[in-house]
Design a protein around this ligand. Structure first.
Ligand SMILES: Cc1cc2nc3c(=O)[nH]c(=O)nc-3n(C[C@H](O)[C@H](O)[C@H](O)COP(=O)(O)OP(=O)(O)OC[C@H]3O[C@@H](n4cnc5c(N)ncnc54)[C@H](O)[C@@H]3O)c2cc1C
Length: 410
């Protein structure tokens, strides 16, 4: 299969799986260098669309609607795009960076991989395939050869195909930036939306400071824990209000990063990765970059993250350092700086990812992504793949298709 055919096959299969209708191969020029995985079909009357949120779901929707000829505006509360894709480049030195949010891409996340390909981004293996991982369990420290760790993970609940996980070379933020580079005139940063009103003629979106944006349709990609900061007129459905009011659980997650003057763990044949029954995942984001400095990261979720979130920054770092003394003996002697990132405490996130109970899912999942009149909804919370960029992309394209195909006057 040629490269173009392979990409087309990939694009068609993933979008069909997501229930998204596709442009046919015949409709495309054979040398379409700018074809995209979620391209919208056909010409439709131009609609004015305001998108709230420049995370992965809002960006992909804005990108495809804009390419399909619609008049798009994206309003983003933060002073950056990407939302829960955030590559930290400070306080690290030597050009090092680490991911506060999305980092690993499983091999079947075809939209994520498809857009990375579309923007010409390079991929690298996510996990090291040599040296030893550390496992700390009940105070016992075991070293696990990389091949065992990535082929037969000793911890349940995680896919076995770790060896095929990849990451975006240079940082995950290159993916949202790929979309944003094509939408420079459409994206308004540091512009929090405060209210969305709809009537028979259209929607009025008002932002902090009072500016109003009029449109035919709005797409709201705001995470549920912070959606109550927007006033809707008329009010949203009972089910959405229940989900917004805490009826649809979110996972908290906090990461603590430390930069070390050298990779002292290598003296013991370790690759800097591991797991503990604290519980936490330990990652070494610089494992494939030149030394001598290195960054290690403690990845905590649920109860452990909540515990850490009670502490001030300095104490979070000290807390992890104290624990790591038994995982990486000598850790105090080499540490240079540290930083933490709590998603539950982020003003425009309020949590890491939607993590509903089975009952919540059954009662509310179908309502969370449902359009209400002229307002459409997307985001990882409105997908069946919570906590992944893939879920955000699928839902963003689903909403973009709804808007594209909806009659202008309805
Ligand atoms: C710790 C962590 C680890 C993760 N790991 C991975 C991983 O390894 N691989 C992977 O694929 N995915 C991972 N994810 C998931 C992935 O990052 C998300 O699913 C995806 O980025 C969510 O995109 P979104 O558009 O749904 O939401 P968001 O990225 O949250 O975007 C919503 C946007 O809305 C903005 N906003 C909020 N309120 C307003 C308002 N009132 N007005 C205007 N704008 C507003 C926010 O600032 C934000 O930019 C991880 C996430 C976290 C938190």
């Amino acid at each position: 299969m040629s490269d173009l055919n392979r990409r087309e096959f990939l694009r068609q299969s993933i979008l069909l799986a997501a229930g998204i209708t596709l442009i046919s191969c015949e409709d495309e020029k054979s040398d379409t260098v700018d074809e995209s995985p979620g391209q919208l079909i056909g010409n439709q009357p131009t609609k004015k669309v305001v998108i709230i949120g420049a995370g992965m779901s809002g960006l992909v929707a804005g990108y495809e609607l804009n390419r399909a000829g619609h008049d798009v505006i994206i309003l983003e509360a933060r002073d950056r795009v990407g939302g829960r894709v955030l590559t930290l480049r400070e306080p690290f030195s030597d050009g090092h960076f680490a991911e506060a949010g999305a980092a690993r891409i499983p091999p079947d996340h075809d939209l994520t991989l498809g857009y990375a390909d579309h923007f010409g981004l390079m991929l690298d293996p996510f996990y090291p395939q040599s040296n030893y991982f550390v496992n700390m369990s009940s105070g016992n420290r075991t070293l696990i050869p990389a091949s065992d760790y990535i082929n037969e993970p000793p911890w349940g609940g995680f896919p076995a195909d770790r060896k095929d996980f990849v990451k975006i070379r240079g940082g995950t933020d290159k993916l949202p930036q790929g979309f944003a580079d094509a939408l420079t005139e459409q994206i308004h940063l540091a512009t929090p939306v405060e209210s969305i009103e709809q009537n028979a003629d259209g929607v009025v979106v008002r932002v902090s400071g009072g500016t109003e944006f009029n449109a035919d349709r709005a797409l709201c990609t705001v995470p549920l824990p912070v959606l109550n900061r927007i006033q809707f007129t008329p009010s949203l459905s009972d089910e959405k209000i229940e989900a917004i009011s805490g009826g649809y659980n979110y996972a908290p997650s906090t990461r603590v990063f430390m930069q070390f003057a050298n990779r002292f763990w290598e003296n013991e044949g370790l690759n800097g990765w591991g797991n503990t029954d604290w519980p936490e995942e330990i990652w070494h984001p610089t494992w494939d970059r030149e030394g001598p400095k290195g960054i290690l990261m403690s990845y905590m979720y649920y109860g452990r993250a909540v515990e850490l979130d009670q502490l001030i920054e300095e104490d979070r770092i000290q807390h992890v350092l104290n624990r790591w003394d038994s995982v990486f003996p000598g850790v105090y002697d080499h540490v240079e700086n540290g930083v933490s990132h709590s998603w539950a405490l982020q003003e425009w996130s309020g949590g890491a990812w939607a993590s509903p109970t089975a009952d919540q899912d059954e009662a509310l999942a179908a309502h969370i992504g449902a359009a209400e009149g002229r307002i459409h909804f997307a985001g990882e919370h409105a997908s069946d793949n919570h906590g992944w960029m893939q879920g955000a992309l699928v839902s963003g394209l689903r909403a973009a298709t709804e808007i594209h195909e909806r009659d202008l006057y309805l």
